[in-house]
Design a protein around this ligand. Structure first.
Ligand code: ASN
Ligand code: ZN
Length: 332
């Protein structure tokens, strides 16, 4: 009988020093092992490559955004143990993190990849800003791109919340397709932060009520404390609708990252009150069944409450949900 491509079990060292298992393959042409995972989708479905992590060191953001840079290859290693360069570039973290996020959506929500149909998850690591440090990461509509970091920030894939955030943008694009501007854009950001942090707290078993659980990018810090260098905090109580920043569309697409914690803060409070499992289901159902591209925070609240009704949550939980939105100034 024909031998199915089963993949190889490799290992890697993350930027935090932890060793993790990695699904890799032997590339016989290059005579190397490469960060290519073909194990996560059954063969019968006709998909091979589930996740590939690409060496884009020294490529500039302008060369990779919205296009496939010529000549890049999947990150390689002479043996099954990925360390050294693969660690330093954030390739191990991106490949491991990508698999964590893939498994989260598959296991918790029955979703196969970002599009729900097994699309390959491609991650480019080591990207620079014209040869300079690049402290950002993004979903470009087709793939994840991770910057190389700088003196304070590790390569951005070192944050599982960041990996979860960018991959969730892919899920949002294939579901509610929230327009990336103004309130719908802030909600797109909020949902990316919500799932990014949810996935990180699950993977590292951080208690829901941990005061640092809402920090975004907290694992990237090299010298500062997590709270000092994190990009955002979903538990920031000042982020209510009355703090909504109406800014021009030229500024952060109308403040998508400035206003996101208003909505994400409500979701994160709900997660503390209703528990992780239920709240994740509600947010996922709201995203996939109710939200539409131009929705704002009020519609977002209604979507989560409708999902709660569908799933038959208790009256007490309904009340707790309403309280969470009210506390952030998101009222019907
Ligand atoms: N890290 C940012 C994000 O994913 C990049 C951006 O502004 N699109 O939201
Ligand atoms: Zn984002």
């Amino acid at each position: 009988k024909a031998e199915a491509e089963a993949g190889e079990k490799g290992s890697g060292v993350k930027l935090d020093g932890r060793s993790v298992a990695l699904d890799v393959e032997r590339d016989t042409w290059r005579e190397q092992y490469v960060l290519r995972d073909t194990t996560r989708i059954p063969d019968e479905e006709g998909y091979g490559r589930t996740l590939s992590t690409w060496d884009a060191r020294d490529r500039s953001v302008g060369e990779v955004i919205g296009q496939w840079p010529p000549g890049i290859q999947e990150f390689g290693s002479p043996d099954l143990a990925f360390g050294g360069d693969a660690t330093e570039a954030g390739a191990v973290d991106a490949h491991w993190g990508g698999a964590q996020v893939f498994d989260y959506f598959k296991d918790k929500h029955g979703r196969t990849s970002l599009d729900g149909h097994g699309m390959t998850v491609n991650s480019l690591v080591g990207v620079t800003n014209g040869g300079q440090p690049y402290v950002n990461a993004f979903w470009d509509g087709q793939k994840m791109v991770y910057g190389n970091g700088d003196a304070e920030y590790k390569p951005l894939s070192a944050g599982l919340d960041v990996v979860g955030h960018e991959m969730t943008h892919g899920v949002v694009e294939h579901t509610a397709a929230l327009v990336y501007a103004g309130q719908s854009g802030a909600m797109n950001e909020a949902i990316a932060d919500y799932f990014g942090n949810a996935i990180e707290t699950e993977a590292y078993q951080i208690p829901t009520d941990d005061p640092d659980s809402g920090l975004v990018g907290d694992r990237l810090c090299r010298t500062k404390t997590p709270r000092e260098c994190a990009f955002r905090d979903l538990n920031d109580g000042r982020n209510t609708a009355k703090h909504f920043l109406g800014v021009g569309f030229g500024t952060d697409n109308g403040g998508v990252h400035l206003n996101s914690t208003i909505f994400a803060g409500a979701l994160w409070d709900a997660r503390e009150d209703l528990g992780a499992t239920l709240t994740d289901k509600l947010v996922y159902r709201a995203l996939t069944q109710y939200l539409t591209p131009l929705d704002g925070f009020t519609e977002g609240r209604a979507a989560v409450l409708a999902a709660a009704e569908d799933l038959g949550v208790t009256a007490a939980d309904q009340k707790a949900l309403q309280r969470a939105f009210n506390a952030h100034g998101i009222v019907p």
